[in-house]
Design a protein around this ligand. Structure first.
Ligand SMILES: [Zn+2]
Length: 338
């Protein structure tokens, strides 16, 4: 979980503090999802927020909080110890480098072979430096070890992904409509995704928030429901699989998703279809007024006749070639080229 995801859960926790079941669910998500680092705790104040529930009258919550806080403390302490050890090793390593470089400058082969337990000074020198650089590379890896790598951060499960199986709480607002929209978005986006539940939930909450904003003060929720229908049907469309991956990957941002011309969400083939309709309309509208010429220069691809009427239009910018619209007078087949 990155700090943004943690922040979302912290906010949820704050907003749902009177709902014990939700609090427990969020705490459980934090317990599993948070890899505690000082930076993360400082940025998100998640520790402070969780600690507020330490004296909860709900025994389960109080227990859970104690468990989480103590495991986070442990982890932070271990990190500190490790960092100290690494610092020590590193300074030792640096001393070694300086010795080696002195010896190699020294051109005296004897000294260098005695320092590094290998055969020739030039090769050992370089391999040793390689080891050292590799080593210091490891150091920074360990330092970064708090952040799971891309690979580790994938969500593995054998179950079909949805909010229930992922153990995600989608009742955020205690509002039947809004919460069910978040759940539906989650179920649609999580399916086939390998991103972490917290990451996907955060996106769903953002999308829903944008939809609510888009709805303005319409008490009938008419705009909200319309928008939901458009977005949802696009997300689950089998012809538009790219869309949900783009949303989950963050290529399409929630505010764009909600506020863009819905045409932009349609799969490519639908966009092509729209373009074709547009051109057909153009054809029909202009066809009557533009003089058509019949020619035997073109051959119909369908019936192979050479009785083709055509006209030309500037459909794109002026410096691009004209588009030629053809109609086969024999079979009615239509095509165009430019
Ligand atoms: Zn034809």
């Amino acid at each position: 979980m990155d700090s943004k995801e943690v922040l979302t859960l912290v906010k949820n926790l704050e907003q749902n503090k009177t709902n014990d079941a939700t609090v427990i669910e969020i705490l459980k998500q934090l317990e599993v999802g948070v890899v505690p680092t000082e930076k993360l705790l400082r940025e998100t104040k998640v520790g402070v927020e969780v600690n507020k529930f330490k004296r909860s009258e709900n025994v389960e919550i109080a227990k859970l909080v104690k468990k989480i806080i103590s495991s986070w403390k442990d982890a932070i302490n271990k990190n500190k110890q490790r960092a100290r050890m690494l610092a020590k090793e590193k300074s030792a390593g640096e001393n070694q480098i300086s010795t080696i470089s002195t010896t190699s400058n020294n051109a005296s082969t004897n000294v260098s072979t005695s320092l590094v337990n290998d055969t020739t000074s030039s090769t050992t020198n370089s391999t040793n430096e390689n080891n050292l650089t590799k080593d210091s590379g490891n150091h920074s890896n360990v330092d970064d070890g708090n952040r799971p790598t891309e690979k580790d951060n994938k969500y593995h499960t054998n179950k079909i992904r949805n909010s229930k199986n992922d153990g995600v709480i989608t009742s955020i607002y205690n509002d039947k409509l809004r919460d069910s929209v978040i759940r539906a978005l989650y179920d649609a986006l999580a399916k086939e995704s390998d991103k972490q539940p917290g990451h996907i939930l955060a996106i769903c909450i953002e999308i829903e928030k944008e939809m609510n904003k888009y709805n303005g003060n319409d008490l009938t929720n008419k705009r909200y429901k319309e928008k939901y229908r458009i977005i949802y049907s696009n997300i689950i469309s089998k012809n538009n699989k790219d869309l949900k991956f783009k949303i989950v990957d963050g290529d399409i941002k929630p505010d764009f998703l909600v506020n863009c011309d819905p045409k932009k969400l349609m799969p490519e083939h639908l966009q092509k279809e729209l373009k074709a309709i547009h051109e057909r309309n153009l054809f029909n509208a202009q066809g009557a007024t533009i003089e058509r010429s019949v020619t035997d220069r073109f051959q119909c691809g369908k019936c192979k006749e050479r009785k083709v009427s055509y006209y030309q239009l500037q459909t794109r910018s002026a410096d691009e070639p004209l588009t030629t619209f053809c109609t086969c007078e024999a079979c009615g087949n239509r095509w165009k080229f430019s």
